[in-house]
Design a binder for this molecule. Structure first.
Ligand SMILES: CCCC/C=C/CC(=O)SCCNC(=O)CCNC(=O)[C@H](O)C(C)(C)COP(=O)(O)OP(=O)(O)OC[C@H]1O[C@@H](n2cnc3c(N)ncnc32)[C@H](O)[C@@H]1OP(=O)(O)O
Length: 396
């Protein structure tokens, strides 16, 4: 059984158990009948499906099986598929869990799924808010989770096993999420990460997906994507807040100069090792960093790759405020919820007054940085650095 549990845990981590599993064997999680007044709406159910992706603690295999069974019952009804063979351990465990729900009505399964996820979230110390805006289209993959609640739209990088490195798909999804957030009824937008890292920057495996046009075409399309991505941050009309939950690397650091507020845990570090990687600064940092911290401190970071602690980054103006890691999530979300109740139009207009004079300049800088980086990506220095990382010879 330990072997099966281990394999299930690995499958869970890999996302292969697409939707998790509750059952009769666990009295603490008894299923209950509910009347119309206690119905879980489809929206509640979808929220719970999103919420489960953001659990900070692994809930364990038994709970995952319960989630799986409830999900299947809620979406497909009673189990009437053939029982897997005895040696097909994983599918048999899943089938047993689903089958144990018998003729439990779909609606009750849905309610129980929502309740179970809610109890798990309450005990997982996660203070990420996870109600999607009613009409928001969710990103194409689980690597980005967009939620909206209490006047705050939160975009969460959700690849904790890869330190939230940004894939090409994630850049596209963040662009779409920012466009949607700029038009939704939230007052504030937040970018944060799930897991121990905020973000480890560009996913270096992005460089391995070479199109038929070769590396030149790859560099060209990368530069266009980079420019579009950074343009969205330059133009974002509402207060934009980074909740930096852990170390930040590369482009996740450089774009902080385009945020309005940066809150960081004292566990966070800020690292832009562009020379080490044969690359050059992006995210308008060649302009914003010298402006924020003065040219020599900016040079230490952007040219020599000096890694800053959260407190150093705060002293130098890149970070607004640093919080102890133990109270970080609680303190930050209490603060943001209070800010989100301020009149939204006034906040938007005040941001414009502060930022608009710089916009044209920032767009020009973004275009220039993207062009320079396009050349850099074709350099031996950059290619060697990427190959070293991918062959596990080098790490920052
Ligand atoms: C189109 C726009 C382009 C914009 C360009 C932006 C430029 C940049 O962002 S430059 C910065 C690029 N980032 C890096 O160079 C970071 C590389 N990663 C590391 O050095 C280390 O992974 C780490 C210091 C971040 C963490 O080290 P740690 O020992 O704690 O964990 P690992 O075992 O190394 O990582 C776990 C897992 O995650 C994978 N991973 C982490 N970061 C990246 C990344 N940036 N790209 C691809 N993969 C990454 C790492 O390989 C591990 O994967 P496996 O478990 O499969 O080995």
């Amino acid at each position: 059984m330990a072997g099966v549990a281990g394999r299930l845990a690995r499958l869970w981590c890999s996302g292969a158990l697409s939707s998790p599993l509750q059952v009769t064997r666990f009295p603490a999680l008894q299923l209950h009948l509910c009347g119309p007044a206690m119905r879980a709406s489809q929206k509640d159910f979808e929220n719970a499906l999103n919420q489960v992706k953001l659990l900070k603690k692994d809930p364990g295999n038994e709970v995952k099986l319960k989630l799986y069974a409830l999900y299947k019952q809620a979406t497909e009804g009673p189990c009437n598929v053939p029982k897997p063979g005895v040696l097909d351990f994983i599918n048999k465990a899943k089938w047993d869990a689903w089958n144990a729900l018998g003729s439990l009505p779909k609606e009750t399964a849905r309610r129980n799924y929502v309740d179970l996820v809610s109890s798990l979230s309450a005990s997982s110390e996660s203070s990420i808010q996870v109600t999607p805006a009613a009409d928001r289209k969710q990103p194409g993959s689980d690597a980005l989770v967009v939620t909206s609640q209490d006047g705050i739209t939160t975009i969460t990088l959700n690849r904790p096993d890869k330190k939230n490195a940004l894939t090409t798909q994630m850049y596209h999804d963040i662009i779409l999420a920012l466009e949607a957030a700029s038009k939704d009824d939230s007052a504030i937008t937040v970018l944060t990460g799930n897991g121990d890292y905020y973000c480890s920057g560009n996913d270096l495996t992005n460089f391995t997906d070479i199109p038929p046009g070769g590396v030149e075409e790859k560099a060209r399309s990368g530069a266009v994507l980079l420019r579009d991505f950074v343009d969205c941050f330059i133009d974002f009309p509402k207060p934009l807040v980074a909740v930096v939950n852990g170390p930040a690397v590369g482009i996740s650091v450089t774009i902080l100069g385009l945020f309005d507020i940066v809150y960081a845990t004292d566990r966070a570090t800020f690292h832009t090792p562009f020379s080490h990687l044969g690359q050059s600064p992006e995210g308008c940092s060649s302009y914003t960093f010298p402006k924020i911290m003065g040219p020599s401190k900016a040079t230490e970071m952007l040219v020599f790759g000096k890694k800053l602690t959260a407190r150093e980054a705060c002293t130098q103006g890149l970070v607004t405020e640093v919080f102890p890691d133990s109270t970080f999530q609680k303190e930050v979300w209490v603060r943001l919820k209070a800010y989100s109740k301020l009149p939204p139009n006034a906040m938007r207009i005040s941001k414009q007054v502060i930022r608009n004079t710089e916009k044209e300049k920032l767009h020009a800088i973004n275009a220039e940085e993207s062009n320079v980086l396009r050349e850099r990506w074709l350099s031996d220095e950059c290619m060697n650095a990427v190959v070293s990382f991918l062959s596990k010879k080098a790490k920052l």
